[in-house]
Design a protein around this ligand. Structure first.
Ligand code: 3PG
Length: 307
């Protein structure tokens, strides 16, 4: 059966990724519709009216969007975190939600190191900085991105520790990573913490002053995960009280202006979320999403279903 797939990305994929998605869908006899660079939720609501499938990035797939999607059977978030999709509302409408785990992980991990180097070298101002070699990095959540971070960290000559209650200590040890048994221990024993936890009811605002204040002198927190996991009042308190502490983030905090104004030398935020903003990550995640949609319709394959 011929199907229509809408790619809705307010932050578009690189062109080769769109070409690859089109190729996969055309071979399956499907039609591709594009909604790129849209600026209002109403545009997405209008565009979802007829398609059978939807591919998004961090685009918000709300109750309202789902209510307007009369034919929709599947939403694939081309990426890892699916906190932008109302999974319960989708389930209530029998709409399958999937992600494409791992496909953009390397891009995010490389950006984490870009931010570490930026802060270690004092934002390239010419001031004397520090090196990554010989330092300890703590990976908070050892999933696909965490594992890429670990692999790169070893190349820099860093000691790698990780905390993840869902990953066996033996699996970490097999990859040369030191497992630690609590977040408190992780934050208290590392020079860098790289955050890779999802945003959900359990993790929101969980990175608070009590945890941050355990960090070593001169330590840096690197956030390529989500803005919502940070308790911003606690972050501001940490920046004020611990003048040795650094924060680098791919997710601009709500307190961005205050952070830049008061703590600009120890703080860096990307202009726009760009962890997965590489041609390679777009190609990997976008084409995986298209293939998952075809496999779902043609074979009933729901391997990466998350709802
Ligand atoms: C993800 O969850 O996959 C990353 O945060 C990337 O998000 P993006 O596709 O919006 O860049």
């Amino acid at each position: 059966m011929a199907r229509t797939v809408l790619v809705a990305t307010d932050k578009p994929f690189a062109k080769p990724a769109v070409d690859g998605i089109r190729d996969v869908l055309t071979k399956a006899g499907y039609t591709l519709e594009m909604l790129e660079n849209y600026t209002t939720p109403a545009e997405l609501v209008a565009a979802v009216a007829t398609p059978d499938a939807l591919i998004v990035r961090s685009d918000k797939v709300t109750k309202e969007v789902l209510a307007a999607a009369t034919n929709l059977k599947i939403v694939v978030r081309a990426g890892a975190g699916y906190d932008n999709v109302d999974c319960e509302a989708a389930k209530a409408k029998d709409v399958v939600v999937m992600n494409t785990p791992g496909q953009n992980a390397n891009a995010v991990a490389e950006l984490a190191f870009g931010m570490m180097l930026n802060l270690a070298r004092r934002k390239y101002t010419g001031k004397s900085g520090t090196e990554l070699r010989g330092k300890t990095i703590g990976i908070h959540a050892y999933g696909n991105v965490g594992r890429c971070v670990a692999a790169i960290a070893k190349g820099f000559g860093m000691t790698v520790k990780a905390f993840d209650p869902f990953v066996a200590a033996k699996a970490m040890e097999a990859e040369g990573v030191v497992p630690v048994s609590s977040v408190e221990e992780l934050y208290g024993s590392c020079d860098y913490i790289s955050l890779h936890i999802p945003a959900n009811d359990k993790t929101k605002k969980s990175i608070n002053f009590a945890l941050l204040s355990r960090m070593k002198k001169g330590a840096a927190l690197i956030n390529t995960a989500r803005k919502e996991v940070i308790d911003e009042a606690g972050l501001l308190q940490m920046m004020a009280e611990r003048t040795d502490f650094f924060y680098g983030t791919d997710l601009a905090p709500d307190c961005l202006a205050e952070m830049n104004e008061k703590y600009g030398e120890r703080f860096f935020a990307t202009a726009k979320k760009m962890g997965a903003q590489t041609a390679e990550a777009n190609i990997n995640a976008g084409i995986a999403a298209a293939k998952q949609i075809v496999a779902f319709f043609e074979k009933g394959d729901a391997t990466f279903r998350v709802n």
